[in-house]
Design a protein around this ligand. Structure first.
Ligand SMILES: NC(=O)c1ccc[n+]([C@@H]2O[C@H](COP(=O)([O-])OP(=O)(O)OC[C@H]3O[C@@H](n4cnc5c(N)ncnc54)[C@H](OP(=O)(O)O)[C@@H]3O)[C@@H](O)[C@H]2O)c1
Length: 279
């Protein structure tokens, strides 16, 4: 069973989903990407994260193929790019995303990162889309605490469902203030690049040692770590059936206090405020 996380209105969504950055970039890879996404959906990773920016819309097209015939099983997340985040731009961008995704509603629509358009205009446009039934929820991505405060100050600010941010054992600055800020408002965060993009993080001696105790890989430990607080949705990307199976199984790993202490010793929690990291 995949653990669940509650949105601020109490709606439950899976704590582990699937990312799609770098999908849709090559026609040779496309069938493998679709197969991996479908295998993930079948095993409960029914939250899919994409963006208009990924492969210039190509990732949304891959997602459309993967969810064809099973749209109702999926919680679909997409993102508008900041340059499109004014009233007219959002209307156009969301219509294009809906078309590419082959659906008439996006479950959660995020502003990809803060941009030059006033956030009040973006939020008003999100609310208009919600009223029109084109999106079910809206949120943001790569917003630091002060930027979250400016959303909370808006009349419809309380409707913000999530903030999607970089979060893994080597990028845990959000634990200092952003994570507690969100938790106090019952707003889950979405952890992107939870595997550190498959690089150095997965060679961490601590993650490997913890994994050895559980008979699992460092990647699986990183995923179990990312969703350990019950308030985080983690969205690893995989185009490999073998990795996908591992990632699904990671949902069942319970890290002990000893495991967490070993990870903390090697990947230190923040001691003060740092600028929000993003990629
Ligand atoms: N909001 C934002 O600004 C933002 C920024 C970055 C990412 N994101 C979202 O977050 C998602 C995830 O982040 P990401 O794609 O940057 O990085 P990630 O999920 O941390 O890492 C993906 C890499 O890890 C590999 N991998 C997957 N499962 C594995 C496993 N079990 N063992 C070993 N390697 C494994 C993948 O290769 P295979 O494909 O071969 O498995 C891929 O190379 C993105 O796809 C995107 O949807 C959002």
């Amino acid at each position: 069973m995949i653990p669940i996380v509650a949105l601020p209105d109490g709606t439950n969504i899976p704590a582990l989903g699937q990312g799609t950055w770098q999908m849709g970039e090559s026609s040779h890879e496309e069938q493998a990407e679709i197969a991996a996404l479908r295998a993930g959906i079948e095993r409960g990773l029914t939250l899919i994260d994409t963006a208009e920016m990924y492969a210039g819309g190509g990732a949304e097209r891959v997602v459309a193929e993967a969810i064809a015939g099973q749209r109702d099983k999926v919680f679909l997340v997409s993102k508008v790019s900041p340059q499109n985040a004014n009233a007219k731009g959002i209307e156009r961008a969301s219509a294009a995303s809906l078309r590419r995704l082959g659906t008439d509603v996006i479950d959660l629509y995020l502003l990809h990162w803060p941009g030059r358009h006033p956030i009040a205009e973006t939020v008003a446009a999100f609310e208009a889309l919600r009223a029109a039934g084109k999106i079910r929820y809206w949120g943001v991505s790569n917003f630091d605490t002060a930027e979250m405060e400016s959303i909370a100050a808006l009349p419809a600010g309380g409707q913000c469902a999530t903030n999607q941010v970089l979060y893994h054992p080597d990028a845990r600055g959000i634990e200092y203030d952003l994570l507690p800020w969100c938790r106090a408002r019952r707003m889950p965060i979405m952890a992107y690049s939870p595997l550190g993009q498959g690089g150095r993080l997965l060679r961490s001696k601590a993650l490997i040692a913890v994994g050895r105790r559980h008979g699992v890989s460092a990647a699986q430990v990183a995923l179990a770590w990312s969703i350990r607080d019950g308030n985080t949705i983690s969205i690893p990307k995989s185009s490999s059936l073998a990795h996908m199976a591992e990632n699904v199984a990671a949902a069942g790993i319970k890290l002990s206090a000893e495991d967490l202490a070993e990870i903390d010793a090697a990947h230190k929690p923040p001691r003060g405020k740092a600028t929000l990291e993003m990629i």
